[in-house]
Structures are given as C-alpha cells and as structure tokens.
Design a protein around this ligand. Structure first.
Ligand code: SF4
Length: 88
C-alpha cells in the first residue's frame, strides 16, 4: 500500500459520517425529488460541519475529482465550482 493510500485510510477513520448510511451522502435514488435531494444534502452537510477531517475529505475529493455525493461538506456541483475557481 502506498503512503498516500494509508494517509487516506487514516483520515477516514475519524469521519463523522461513518455511523450514517451512505445513501444520505450519495442519494442513490433516481426518482429523488429536488426537494428531497435538497433536504438530504442539507442533512449530510450538517454532519460534515461537525467533522474533524472535513478539510482532508474535501481535498481528497477535489484531487480525485469525485463525481458523486457530498464530500467535505460540498456537493458535486459545488466541488466543480471550487475546481473552476482554482483553475482561474
Ligand atoms: S467531511 Fe463529511 S463526507 Fe467527509 S468524512 Fe467528514 S462527514 Fe464524511
């Protein structure tokens, strides 16, 4: 295992989302309404706001170009905007 993979595993051990279902962060329901999605994302973001590894999580997601879900308190669209901001 490379050092970067070990580092990734270490921060994930402290993730506030660990006891919560992945569906809260990733949706996984093609029929989810916009209102339900917004509610779900706000709930996930509230968990991220308490997370001690939020910065590591967000950096990982930005580096990996994670295409789905809430990472580091940001949705995929918010991460794309962040990346565009870095590029300019
Ligand atoms: S910032 Fe959010 S998604 Fe990332 S590890 Fe913490 S709780 Fe999980």
């Amino acid at each position: 295992m490379t050092p970067s993979v070990i580092d990734e595993l270490e921060w994930r051990e402290s993730a506030a989302c660990l006891p919560h279902p992945a569906v809260l962060f990733f949706g996984m329901d093609d029929n989810e309404s916009a209102t339900d999605r917004r509610t779900r994302e706000e709930e996930a973001k509230a968990i991220c706001a308490t997370c001690v590894v939020r910065a590591d999580c967000l950096e990982y997601a930005l580096d990996m170009r994670e295409p789905y879900g809430i990472w580091g308190g940001l949705t995929e669209l918010e991460r794309k905007a962040r990346l565009r901001g870095r590029a300019s």
